[in-house]
Design a protein around this ligand. Sequence first.
Ligand code: NAD
Length: 443
Amino acid sequence: MRVTIFGTGYVGLVTGTCLAEVGHDVVCVDIDAAKVDGLNNGVIPIYEPGLEPMVKANHAAGRLHFTTDAATAIQHGNTIFIAVGTPPDEDGSADLKYVLAVARTIGQNLSRPAVIVDKSTVPVGTADKVRAVIAEELAARGVQIEFDVASNPEFLKEGDAVKDCMRPDRIVIGASSPASIEQLKRLYAPFNRNHERIVAMDVRSAELTKYAANAMLATKISFMNEMANIAERVGADIEHVRHGIGSDPRIGYSFIYPGAGYGGSCFPKDVQALERTAKQYGYAAEILGAVEAVNARQKHRLFELLDAHYGGKLAGKTIAVWGLAFKPNTDDMREASSRTLLARLWDAGARVRAYDPEASHEAQRIFGERDDLLLCESARQALEGADALVVVTEWKQFRSPDFGRLEATLADKVIFDGRNLYEPREVEQAGLAYYGIGRGRSV
Ligand code: NAD
């Protein structure tokens, strides 16, 4: 089938590549000429396991094209995805300017029937807005072309995006017309062979499903961080509590890890946007407000532990930081808790030696050159001349360090474990002080 995808970010590029991988003929269009140029020359703009060889193979096979030419791209597809960004507006609601700009371009160039599919995460009612903009442009051109607007929210996880896209848990399709649902079912048939993954529904329910999923996951994280903060005060270890509750199948083990707060391009903005939508409809979404407030506070937790350990005297200290990305297996630092930590450390007069396996170039772009930041080539290099170590992102390679070496290297012999990767006793036996999240030490 012929597919056009607007936006070659995490979602657009991965979706386009996976659709090409199963044999569809895909044109990806982006307004970022440098990105498109790079992609046409084999330069993949993001780090995502397994993506690069797949992009190159499908590009070489002629099933995956990249262009800035929206008009030609629109001629190509009878399914046209919108997968552009929906960043938060000033008041926290989703900013639809990119989505609606694409809708306008589609209306200005559509020449034959097509199903337009919102894949971006967009508030309930957006499909109606997209439909209105396209209809307005068609009317201005004085043409009548049949089109439908469907919703197909994306559930891929950064770091596992290719796997999630090739083997999705579910494919949510929201459309009012049975023909549109059929068209999307045919498009996704190669991903739906083992068992039924397609969940078809009306457009508004599909739009809300995406927000509900992210809000639920963010709630689990904030809930566990709240429990961790209580555990710390009452002298309990949240890791025992986690095992104790996860074993209940009604609760389950996934997504109940306490830590330094959630980040990334989705949870923070989606929880905010859903709260905003509820407010617009006259409903105060109190759980969502609490989820955000707990998370905002949690992002300062690591700094508070450091500050308390050093009695407020962090000026002149050199802190090694392992992990900058908002989670492992990505180079994405949007809303990452590392950013809060680094800002607070710099305010307190400390220097940072940071290492992340993939996010160094992103950190360089965000922070630029500064005297109080050294971006290191390895975890070990970050430790050289450091007084303390803070682990912010749970990359696998940080899971079992040589504590003896850490004891010999870190001047102040202390580890702050923002993801509870280590056993406190093992660290302490090596002669290091240990701080985790919610591990029975009230500070
Ligand atoms: P991104 O910022 O990585 O990419 C967006 C791309 O759209 C950019 O390359 C940008 O240049 C391009 N773009 C903007 N305007 C355009 C236009 N008029 N025409 C063509 N291209 C245009 O964004 P992303 O992370 O891929 O997210 C896209 C959407 O998917 C968002 O709504 C997001 O909430 C949602 N989503 C993201 C994830 C994720 O893990 N990143 C997961 C599920 C859903």
